[in-house]
Design a binder for this molecule. Sequence first.
Ligand SMILES: C[S@@+](CC[C@H](N)C(=O)[O-])C[C@H]1O[C@@H](n2cnc3c(N)ncnc32)[C@H](O)[C@@H]1O
Length: 267
Amino acid sequence: MPPVHVERRPVDERESRLANGPDWDRYADEYQHTHGAFLGDAGFVWGPEGLTEAEAGMLGDVADRDVLEVGSGAGQCSRWVRTQGGRAVGLDLSHRQLQHSRRIDEESGVVVPSVRGTATALPFGDASFDAVFCSFGALQFVSEIDVAVAETARVLRPGGRYAFSITHPTRWMFPDDPGEAGLVASQSYWDRRPYVEVDDATGEVGYVEHHRTLGDWVGLLSDAGFVLTRLVEPEWPAGHDRVWGGWSAVRGRFTPGTAIFAADLRA
Ligand SMILES: C[S@@+](CC[C@H](N)C(=O)[O-])C[C@H]1O[C@@H](n2cnc3c(N)ncnc32)[C@H](O)[C@@H]1O
């Protein structure tokens, strides 16, 4: 990785996409190598705590349902939905992530039809799906989050379920450090400026993550016609010693690392 420095400053949708697509293309091989076994080829985990959809039931019964995963990566979650009888399809911005999805389709024999695209312009007709979900996919990488949530509402059928996991918004108060340094609040929870990595040589944005507070999420969902039904904050399981980025047992004992929302589109 070229030398970069970190800033907190506004980044628009175009710049976010131009940075994050190529970044995920570069990172995909390492991501799948590092996390593939934990995710499972046809496994559905909501985050680094390892809470599975089989345990959490955020989507409800997926059998015989049309399901879209936004930010599907290598399609592990959608493959699990397929094993439960759901008609899951994937969408991801990264060509290389989708190549891994195809590889696992072939290796596992469970095929997830997938398309390259972005969360803010879903290439599907109105009212096409019974459920849409993201497991740490797309939403943190999108600047125009109101557009992404509205697009989700558009492709859902009335009464359809939207479920997604993101970094718990309170984590943005702390340095992204899995050790004890990551337990000392040093940044304002209300600072919505995204985290930006800038290439020292070119000045170009190489990576962006966007932050919204819990209250922002409630407003976004409500404005797009959703009724929030659940907010799950998984506890760090005893004996789980896996470190994933800033997630670890050290921090997990004290602060939630993941927030999982479920909301239903008003009928
Ligand atoms: C942390 S990965 C999660 C993928 C998968 N759910 C998993 O658990 O491995 C985030 C994914 O979101 C994708 N992504 C980033 N920005 C996106 C966007 N604007 N639209 C769709 N996907 C996007 C990335 O390419 C990446 O595959």
